[in-house]
Design a protein around this ligand. Structure first.
Ligand code: GAL
Length: 337
């Protein structure tokens, strides 16, 4: 897997004139995470030359992230962009930054509201996880014919229920918990009968999903009618294993996996990774829900600029909910068949 971050990477440094530029530090929970890699690339690309941006990879260790944050406080950082390892750990970080008068924008992993309230110069930029769960469910309902009492041919065994495998992200993460419960709730609300064969945690990770799918296919391969992954990376891992087991075919030889083939099972992800869009093109992945990191990165940049230049953040073209949150919408994505 690509290692994107050398610690620290110093960007946007113009020779001889860096000292007066505002210092911004970007802290990532884990540089191995595929979605965070592309998110970080966008933040870095938008940073511009009038700030000095340093990037730190916590490698999934809150202790390491705390050290990075402490070092940056000593270095005289003017603004922090934090993707926390442990979102509940934000409590002590926010109190610490308040004592140093350092503003902070959290993103992607959401601290508790009561913690955001600890320091007025604390915000969160993200997406509402329930929206992604609902959109993922809508894509599936449409695929199965939108009529819960009369499922179409994708109900392979014709029992009127959808036999489903769920691949869940990291336990306790707001996106993993809410996407899972919301996707299930949306089916039930619309009268669809979801038969959950298993919910397996694969921690957002492609390789872990690939490993776990081995046993899942052994046990449930014959019954499975749907694979719902909380993110694209896990969907890609699942597809890799499913391909190995001969589960996708191009029966009509058109160079694309054939949805009409009896062995075709819809797999859905969330994020809209480039590799996922490619898999949708090729017909392995049915759909995804775009987790719009480009718009989030833009909102973070605009908010950062306003904070650093002492401008009124309420003049920005974003709604700032509860004085704390900027929410960016998800978008459903499938290939037009
Ligand atoms: C989610 C994303 C996952 C993973 C996670 C990390 O929003 O869908 O792929 O990157 O954030 O916090």
């Amino acid at each position: 897997m690509r290692k994107i971050l050398i610690l620290p990477i110093l960007l946007a440094v113009l020779s001889g004139c860096s000292s007066h530029k505002p210092r911004v530090a970007l802290f990532l929970y884990n540089g191995e995470d595929l979605f965070m890699q592309s998110f970080a690339d966008k933040i870095v690309a938008m940073a511009g030359m009038d700030i000095e941006l340093s990037v730190f990879d916590a490698q999934n260790s809150q202790l390491l992230q705390n050290e990075h944050i402490e070092n940056q406080i000593k270095e005289g950082c003017d603004l922090m962009l934090i993707n926390p390892v442990d979102r509940l750990g934000a409590y002590s970080v926010i109190r610490r930054l308040k004592s140093e008068n350092i503003p902070v924008i959290y993103f992607n992993r959401e601290p508790l509201f009561k913690d955001l309230l600890l320091w007025e110069k604390t915000w969160y930029v993200g997406a509402k996880a329930n929206q992604s769960g609902q959109m993922q469910a809508e894509l599936v309902m449409e695929l199965f014919g939108n009529d819960p009492g009369n499922l179409n041919r994708y109900d392979r065994n014709g029992d009127g229920r959808i036999q489903t495998v769920i691949l869940k992200g990291e336990q306790g993460h707001q996106d993993a918990e809410i996407r899972t419960s919301e996707v299930v709730r949306s089916f039930r609300l619309m009268g669809f009968d979801l038969d959950i064969l298993i919910t397996e945690v694969a921690n957002w990770d492609k390789d872990e999903a690939y490993e776990k799918m081995d046993d899942i296919i052994k046990t449930y391969g014959h019954d499975m009618e749907l694979v719902l992954a909380n993110n694209d990376a896990m969907a890609l891992g699942a597809i890799r294993r499913m391909r190995q087991k001969g589960m996708f075919k191009d029966s009509n030889g058109n160079g694309r996996v054939d949805m009409d083939d009896d062995s075709w099972i819809p797999v859905l992800g969330i994020d809209g990774l480039e590799q996922a869009v490619q898999m949708i093109e090729e017909g392995y992945l049915y759909g995804t829900v775009i987790n719009d990191s480009l718009s989030m990165a833009r909102a973070m940049r605009d908010l950062s600029e306003a904070i650093l230049n002492g401008r009124n953040i309420y003049d920005l073209p974003y709604r700032i909910e509860d004085n704390k949150y900027i929410w960016i919408d998800y978008q459903a994505f499938i290939k037009n068949h």
